[in-house]
Every structure is written in C-alpha cells, then in structure tokens.
Design a protein around this ligand. Structure first.
Ligand code: B12
Length: 309
C-alpha cells in the first residue's frame, strides 16, 4: 500500500494529525498494524502522510470512541457505515433548538456584531445560571459539531470563544467582586493542564462556583503542574478544579492527574469535569469527577457539610 511521494499537498504528517485528532502517534501506528487502518502514504523520506479522506474517517472514529464504541468494531468499517453508526447513536447530533441554530447561522454568515448582541441579550434576559446551562454549554457543543461536519471553520470557533468569554466575564464580574474578601469557602483554583487549550468549560464552571458562593482563583488555561502546586498554599486553596475536553489523549489526562494527586496534600480536593473520555475511567483515589455544570452546586454543598462550614 505504501507509496513514495514528495509529501507536498498529498497528506498530513503523523504529528500534526495526532495533535489535531487528540490521539497519540503510537495509537495511530498500533491501529495501522492491528486493524489495517489508517493506511498512510509515505513521503520520499519514508514519513507517514495521511490523505484527507483518512483524516475525515479518523475524526469520525475518534468521536465514536469517545462515545464508548470499541476500536475493533469501528476501525474496519467504511466512512458511510460509521456515519450511520454516529447518527444511530446520536454522536454529533444536536438537540433541536431554533434559537441556537440562528446563533450558529449568524456566526457562519459573518454577522459577528449580531452574534455578540444575541449572546448579550440572552445573557441579560436569562441570568448567569440559565445562560451557562441553556446557551453557553449547548452552543459550544453545536459549534464543535458544525466544525467537525465542516460547516464552520476554526476561525469561527475562535470568534465564538472570544465573544463567549467576554459575555461570561462581564456577567460574572459583579459577582466575583462581591465575593472577594468575604472569606467564603471553598476557595477554588481553576485551570487546565498543559495541552488543554480549551478554556470555556473551566470558565463556565467558574460561573457555577461563583453562583454557589465560592471564592474563585482563575489561572487561565495550560498551567504547568509545578505552578499549580505553588499556587495552592499561597492562595489557601480548598478545591482544585480542572477541565478536560475530548481533545487531549486519555493517558496524558490520567498521568497528569495521578502526579498532581501525589504532589498535593490530601486536604486539597481535586474536582474534574469536561467531556474527556478519561473521566469515565477509574481515576486515582482522591479525585472527584463532577458530571456537568449543574451538579457543581451539590458538590459544593457536600464539601461544606463535610467541612462543617
Ligand atoms: C471553542 C473550541 C476551540 C477553540 C478554543 C478556544 C478557547 N480559548 O477555549 C479553538 C479554536 C482554539 C480550538 C482548538 C482545538 N480544538 Co476545539 N473546540 C472548541 C469547542 C467548540 C468548545 C470548546 C470548549 O471549551 N469545550 C469545553 C466545554 C465547553 O465542553 P465539555 O468539555 O463538554 O464540558 C462540559 C461539562 O463537562 C462542563 N465542564 C467542563 N469543564 C469542567 C470542569 C469542572 C470542574 C466541572 C465541574 C465541569 C466542567 O462544562 C461543559 C459544558 O457542558 C469544542 C466543542 C465541544 N463540544 O466542546 C471543540 C472541540 C473540543 N475541539 C476539538 C478539537 C479537535 C480541537 C483541536 C485539536 C483542533 C481544532 N479544532 O482546531 C484544537 C486543539 C486546541 C488545544 N491545544 O487544546 C474537538 C475535540 C474532539 C476530540 N475527540 O478530540 C471538539 C469536541 C470539536 C469536535 N466536535 O470535534 N477549539
């Protein structure tokens, strides 16, 4: 199958494709050996090159695996069959919502001012909690599905993220200011680990923590573990909250969490959330998976009860 090519314009290299899809290079090589897919071409230098149609299939495969399907069942199938399987199991399917569809359309057609206005309108009309749960979270998933289906481009995702961050922050500001210095507990440090560049999940979580009356210390995304470890005593942190999207390889999520748990004192809780399939696995003891944004309130109440605050 391997073909000698000069590599220009015929395919994407293994490093780039592994990063884009959220797999390791080793996984791609193992699948090739074990299941006969992917079947990359070769550059004249012998490097693997993945043509666009294999990239498309790999993206679909990754989403089905994230949804719990097994590699041996999906890798040998044709794209058409996998698309059918995705449809049947609801992978990448949006729940009907005309207003959210309209917002995606504003973004797609380049009407950014209208998009931003619509976000602000819904945020002020519905209030922070409803905006986070009913607009921000499902709209993020919709934008991601549209990108995966090829109907939005990456720059649309950037514009969406920017507008969403501005809206959420402006809504959260008065609340955060009112909470500062009140000695509220738990004190929550929020961030993502290196490699996880998605910041909306942790921002939405921050909104829900603030609504539950917690003092939040937000470090932004991709904080090196040592900086997290140093920040915890400095800010007298009770809970470290981390977000993991599906884009980071499962093993690096598990390794990162194992190392952090070992490095931090047991009295510092670690709470994790996000759609990474790693969070459906058994994680090291002392790590709590919070399944979504709404349950944050309950997790905080339970923490307070145990701390008898
Ligand atoms: C916006 C966006 C981007 C922006 C991010 C900008 C920014 N500053 O954040 C940009 C354009 C940079 C980007 C880049 C990439 N992205 Co992107 N992105 C998205 C999008 C649309 C939203 C991202 C997001 O923040 N999601 C995180 C939150 C909102 O969702 P969640 O993980 O499901 O978490 C939910 C809950 O669990 C909870 N939660 C989250 N965190 C926490 C934490 C705690 C403590 C708690 C309690 C709860 C909680 O809140 C969420 C709301 O329900 C998603 C679509 C999606 N479905 O998420 C794709 C998505 C995550 N991206 C994806 C990919 C592949 C990438 C790229 C690799 C390629 C690309 N698109 O260019 C890069 C990698 C970047 C990196 N190094 O990490 C894929 C990942 C799929 C996969 N299986 O790998 C997705 C799912 C799109 C898709 N449908 O394929 N992306």
């Amino acid at each position: 199958m391997a073909t000698q090519l000069d590599g220009v314009g015929v395919g994407i290299g293994i490093g780039a494709i592994a990063h884009e899809i959220g797999l390791t290079k080793d996984t791609l090589r193992v699948w090739e050996r074990r299941y006969g897919f992917p079947q990359p071409l070769r550059s004249t230098g012998g490097e693997r090159l993945y043509p666009q149609e294999q990239v498309t299939k790999l993206r679909l495969v990754k989403r089905l695996l994230d949804a719990g399907h097994r590699p041996s069942k999906v890798l040998p199938q044709s794209i058409a069959l996998l698309q059918q399987l995705a449809e049947d199991s609801g992978v990448g399917q949006d729940a009907p919502d005309v207003e959210l569809d309209k917002m995606v359309e504003l973004l797609r057609s380049g009407r950014y001012d209208d998009f931003r206005f619509e976000l602000l309108k819904r945020a002020t009309r519905e209030g922070l909690a409803h905006f986070v749960l009913d607009v921000a979270a499902p709209l993020s998933a919709r934008i991601g599905n549209a990108w995966a289906a090829g109907t939005l481009q990456v720059y649309h995702e950037h514009l969406f993220s920017e507008a969403m961050q501005v809206t959420l922050r402006s809504l959260m500001r008065p609340l955060s200011e009112a909470l500062r210095g009140r000695g509220a507990h738990p004190r929550v440090l929020l961030t993502t680990l290196p490699g996880e560049g998605h910041g909306l999940g942790i921002l939405m979580a921050e909104a829900m923590f603030a609504l539950a009356g917690c003092e939040c210390i937000a470090l932004g995304v991709q904080t090196p573990p040592q900086d997290i470890i140093d920040a915890i005593p400095a800010h007298e942190v009770d809970v470290l909250a981390l977000s993991f999207s599906a884009s980071v390889p499962v093993q690096s999520v598990v390794n990162g969490l194992t190392d952090l748990r070992q490095a931090l004192p047991a009295k510092v809780a670690i709470w994790v959330g996000g759609s990474s399939p790693a969070l459906r696995r058994k994680l090291p003891d002392g790590i709590l998976t919070v399944n979504g944004l709404a349950p944050i309130e309950e997790a905080v109440a339970e923490w307070r009860q145990n701390a008898m605050l």
